[in-house]
Design a protein around this ligand. Structure first.
Ligand code: ATP
Ligand code: MG
Length: 606
């Protein structure tokens, strides 16, 4: 029935031990005195029942003496009463201390842990966030970081308590008869294994249903996401999704039910076995008492030791099984904490000391996104001279944004190299390199902060200067719009926080553009900077971009020919390759792809 010692199970046992140990280490590092205090506090209730049992035995034996007409030991009786009283006081103190310490731990641990996770996550690179396995690990960690570590800490503490209680009661029983230990172990060990197995199976369901959970969270998120609600309402999607969830839920429920049913019988059997062992011990004690080898008080004492042992074992079972379970959940927290950035900086990176824009060169670059086979860029070459204004055009999915992401070293190339002033981008000090680059991404962020802060976030490592913020806003065309807001630059934006004002898509984009300008980096990259901005504002913005960025390199990606036509050089990208390049006039003369598309767009306006 049980096949316990196979490799996978041993692995689980190892995981539990390792995770428990690491969790203790974590708690120790967060606050060792809290941990030690808690351990001390839980040890007291572990031995108090036995102490009380012994005190009662002494008391009963005295009562028996008195009732049988023999003289009692008055000193002893006083001692017993004092000892009993002290024990209760000790117990109450321990309970209160535990309440107190647990409250402290419960507020301290989750916050510390959450900070550790956020710090780690923010240090990881893009590839992690696109890796579905890591995403689900992160999901699990996020699901569990608050209460699971605390639950597991409780389980560890109570396991510790159970162990002390078990050893103490075993010692008492062993003093009666060594064979009793054997009997007890004979019952306890198989039951423990049985429970452990059940917890593994339950986890199996959880784990196997990880896609279920993923779907569940995704759909839940979708159903509550403001930006999704409009479309979903109109398309009557909520019912459709809810029905899908219901189906998944039903399967989850049925699988769990099957498991619970399967173990119903086995669990009953083990419970009975445990009961029989207990009764066996009781019968033994009674016989020993009748044979006058034990006193009447001993009946109470040893019975309480047996009960205590039973309680200890029960508690231990529950807690160790929960440790098993908990470690599987918490494992994902440690997995996240252990994750190492895939894009590593070399030990002694090159510092470029960039004041002005550098030479940028893509040399024979081939690239696929991690976990995919399609080559988004194939033997791609591109040279950008300092101060050049270039534009990238091309169909959706041709690889334009990918070029920018590689230039930001969010990913490493598969083949070839990217050179900055002749140095491989992999050898650069990344933080320094980032300071040289200002990017407005296609999917820019709408920070629900004040308008001022939205722009300031472009360069937080310098002192905030309202003058420069306004300058950037004027350049991006955001200034008039901000001034019209009730609180101007101090206006809170978005609808998450009280008093926040929602902007239109184009207004947000102007703000994001201002952030890019405010960064004032030698390289300015704009990926579809004006997609949501009206034509008049666009023309104004680009007049200013030209004036502003005389000594900067500018890379613009756009589907609008009005945006790109003023660039020094336009590159037409198709399937990850440059198929045409030159100035607007040269490309029109070439009468190729660019000219065709330009005429098509121009025709649309006529
Ligand atoms: N994170 C990603 N993981 C896997 N594949 C991706 C990822 N991002 C983009 N791709 C793929 O790479 C190709 C190029 O995408 P990219 O975003 O560079 O196109 P683009 O030229 O910027 O298109 P658009 O004009 O629509 O912005 C596409 O085929 C896309 O499917
Ligand atoms: Mg793009």
């Amino acid at each position: 029935m049980f096949k316990f010692l196979n490799e996978k199970k041993m692995e689980r046992v190892k995981t539990t031990i390792v995770t428990s140990w690491r969790l203790l280490g974590l708690l120790w590092s967060i606050d060792k005195w809290l941990l030690l205090g808690n351990m001390a506090a839980v040890s007291v209730p572990a031995v108090v029942p036995l102490l009380i049992g012994y005190i009662f035995k002494l008391l009963i034996d005295q009562v028996v003496l008195i009732t049988s007409g023999k003289p009692a030991d008055n000193h002893l009786i006083i001692l017993i009463v004092v000892a009993g009283f002290s024990t209760y006081v000790l117990q109450s103190l321990a309970f209160s201390a535990q309440d107190y310490l647990v409250r402290l731990i419960y507020t301290k641990v989750p916050v510390s842990l959450y900070n550790m996770i956020l710090l780690k996550v923010s240090s990881l690179d893009m590839a992690y966030f696109e890796d579905s396995e890591f995403k689900s690990t992160l999901e699990k960690a996020r699901d569990s970081y608050t209460f699971r570590p605390l639950n597991m800490m409780d389980n560890l503490l109570f396991t510790f308590q159970g162990l002390i209680q078990m050893i103490a009661s075993l010692a008492v029983l062993a003093s009666l008869n060594l064979f009793l230990i054997l009997l007890v172990i004979l019952v306890a060990v198989p039951e423990f294994l049985n429970r452990a197995r059940q917890s593994q199976l339950a986890w199996g369901i959880w784990d196997a249903n990880s896609p279920f959970r993923k779907k569940f969270w995704y759909v839940s998120w979708l159903l509550q996401e403001r930006d999704a609600i409009k479309e979903m309402k109109l398309f009557a999607l909520p019912h459709h999704f809810l029905a899908e969830l219901k189906g998944l839920h039903e399967k989850f429920y049925q699988d769990n039910k099957k498991l619970a049913t399967k173990y119903f019988g086995i669990n009953t059997l083990f419970n009975l076995l445990e009961g029989f062992a207990f009764i066996g011990i009781l019968i033994y004690i009674i016989f020993e008492t009748i044979a006058k080898r034990l006193t009447i008080g001993d009946i109470s004492y040893y019975t309480s030791a047996a009960t205590n042992f039973q309680n200890a074992i029960g508690g231990l079972f529950r807690n160790v099984v929960k440790l098993f379970e908990g470690s599987l959940y918490i494992g994902s927290i440690f997995e996240v904490l252990d994750a190492q950035p895939k894009i590593k900086q070399i030990a002694n990176p090159v510092r470029l000391n960039l004041k002005g824009p550098p030479f940028i060169g893509f040399k024979n670059v081939t690239f696929s996104y991690p976990g995919t086979k399609i080559k988004v860029l194939k033997n791609f070459d591109l040279t950008i001279k300092p101060g050049e204004k270039i534009a990238l055009v091309g169909e959706n999915g041709s690889g334009k944004t990918t070029i920018i992401k590689l230039l930001c070293r969010f990913y490493d190339v598969l083949e070839g190299e990217i050179l900055i002033n002749g140095k491989n981008i992999k050898d650069l000090d990344l933080n320094e390199w980032y300071k040289a680059v200002g990017v407005l991404f296609q999917d820019f962020v709408k920070y629900e902060y004040s308008a001022k802060q939205n722009i300031f976030f472009g360069k937080v490592y310098e002192k905030m200067s309202l003058g420069k913020i306004i300058e950037a806003a004027i350049s991006s065309g955001a200034d008039p719009m901000i001034r019209k807001l009730e609180k101007g630059y101090e206006q809170m934006l978005g609808r998450t926080f009280e008093g926040g004002v929602e902007l239109s898509v184009g207004q947000w984009q102007k703000l994001a553009l201002a952030r890019g300008f405010f960064r004032n980096a030698p390289i300015l990259i704009l990926d579809e900077p004006t997609a949501a901005i009206d034509a008049k504002a666009e023309a104004e913005i680009f007049n200013r971009v030209e004036r502003l960025s005389k000594d900067k390199t500018v890379i613009i990606i756009s589907h609008r020919f009005s945006t790109v036509r003023n660039a020094d050089k336009i590159y037409v990208i198709e399937k990850g390759k440059i198929i045409e390049s030159g100035s607007h006039e040269q490309l029109i003369d070439l009468n190729g792809q660019y000219a065709t598309l330009f005429k098509l767009q121009a025709k649309g306006y006529r």
